[in-house]
Design a protein around this ligand. Structure first.
Ligand SMILES: [Zn+2]
Length: 461
């Protein structure tokens, strides 16, 4: 694509026209490695995984840990063995661990209980990027009507064998490819008991200064037919928060003064997922601008609370007859989270959206750090940032959009520089961002700039 003027429908009549700006959607090519990964995701293996997980009867986190046939322990050991098979294909780059912890008594944990996440880490191959980590997870535990009933059948085909199977399938495909940054494929425990497995992982990550640049949770990604009767096989919801869960008072004061409630790192991540995956997968990423569904939660929240960018993937129309229900017939209606109600090809499509986005993230440079916007009065906008440390970074791009636009609409390549003045465009009237581009053309997610110093009190003028 050549240089072109903006053609976005959101263009305002006042927007300056520039020969060196182009619509964001036209800037990106398809990477053959990512296209191959997407094509190798197989719905039949996803189906096999879900049927196997359902065969353990229940995966309630309080169920038997030692029975080889039934309960959470059987599921844990099977997943561990499957990830080990995957690791054997990785040329020594993938390591699989059981991350076990003792969960203290809690609202849904009547007595202290050992819990185990299964964590497969695919090490990045670029020295400067191997410590940069992307996490993708599903929760392998399940529940029926009562979260503390460890005996009832809890097939959990959709919630959340679907997410777990998607993650295992991504690992199977992606472990045979090389990425610059590190990817963690994870099956977590205790979601239904209060996000316990993901909380433990995120806590440990924080304690060990793990540089998690993004986290995806896949939870309830299996059903293409909603309780509302709507069949939609071509949409996946991606929930992202606007105001960060861990925002400090000072950051809140700055945000009130300069804006940014629609520009958290998680929101940039959602935009990256949409912009990237829709080039590879015929699926609509339906960005929902909230942390999760209305007053509900998931495994991304413990990450958000610790300052990591994170999003939740979920099917577009849920069916509540098949979530958290004892398996039963009632007035001719089948209740329960059974495999017959999930769409394996749909799950594969969601896995492809994830895989394309994750691969693009792990092949790209990190998002630029310490991006600031110079606050002096001017009708131009001056941005500054820190140099990326990857040796293959070719330069940077400025992106912008109208303040009412949902996604970045324009970009401009500015070369390998650490500051840039956007002439004739005021920071009052547009939102700006900066992203890094490497020599292969891989683009990082966007960093939204902050003022160089926190804003205590806005200057009255
Ligand atoms: Zn769930």
């Amino acid at each position: 694509m050549g240089w072109q003027e903006t053609s976005s429908p959101q263009s305002s009549t006042n927007r300056p026209r520039s020969r060196s700006s182009r619509a964001v959607s036209s800037t990106q090519r398809r990477d053959p490695q990512i296209a191959r990964i997407v094509s190798e995701i197989d719905s039949r293996r996803i189906e096999d995984t879900i049927r196997k997980l359902v065969s353990f009867g229940t995966r309630n986190s309080l169920s038997d840990q030692n029975d080889p046939q039934r309960g959470i322990g059987a599921a844990r050991d099977w997943l561990f063995a499957e990830f080990q098979k995957v690791a054997a294909q990785s040329g020594g780059r993938m390591k699989v661990e059981k991350q076990t912890f003792e969960q203290a008594r809690a609202a849904r944990v009547p007595q202290p209980t050992m819990m185990t996440n299964v964590v497969a880490t695919l090490r990045g191959t670029q020295a400067e990027s191997a410590d940069r980590v992307y996490v993708v997870s599903g929760h392998y535990d399940s529940m029926c009507t009562s979260p503390t009933d460890a005996k009832c059948d809890a097939p959990g085909a959709n919630d959340d064998a679907s997410g777990t199977a998607a993650v295992l399938e991504m690992a199977r495909v992606m472990a045979r490819y090389k990425f610059e940054a590190t990817i963690v494929f994870m099956a977590v425990v205790g979601e239904e008991q209060g996000l316990l497995g993901s909380t433990y992982f995120a806590e440990q990550a924080k304690k060990n200064n793990m540089n998690i640049e993004a986290m995806f949770t896949n939870d309830i990604v299996g059903n293409s037919l909603g309780g509302n009767g709507v069949r939609d096989r071509r949409t996946v919801r991606v929930f992202s928060e606007g105001v960060p869960s861990n925002e400090s008072q000072a950051e809140a004061a700055t945000r009130r003064s300069v804006g940014g409630e629609n520009d958290s790192a998680s929101r940039q991540l959602a935009r990256f997922i949409k912009e990237t995956s829709e080039r590879y997968v015929p699926m609509k990423v339906w960005m929902v601008y909230r942390r999760d569904r209305y007053s509900r939660g998931g495994d991304h929240i413990p990450f958000l609370e610790r300052g990591y960018a994170a999003v939740r993937f979920t099917e577009p129309n849920e069916n509540y007859q098949h979530q958290h229900q004892n398996v039963r017939m009632e007035n001719g209606v089948q209740y329960g989270d059974l495999p017959q109600f999930v769409d394996f090809q749909y799950i594969a499509s969601v896995a492809r959206v994830n895989a394309a986005s994750l691969a693009a993230l792990a092949l790209s440079p990190a998002r630029p750090k310490n991006v600031t916007v110079v606050t002096r009065l001017s009708n131009d906008t001056e941005l500054k940032w820190e140099a990326n440390k990857e040796t293959d970074v070719a330069g940077y791009e400025i992106v912008w959009r109208d303040t009412t636009a949902a996604t970045w609409t324009n970009s401009r390549a500015v070369g390998n520089v650490l500051s840039y003045v956007v002439k004739g465009m005021s920071k009052d009237n547009y939102f700006f961002g900066v992203r890094a581009v490497d020599k292969q053309g891989n683009r990082s997610p966007v960093t939204y700039p902050r003022p160089p110093a926190p804003v205590a009190t806005p200057t009255p003028r």
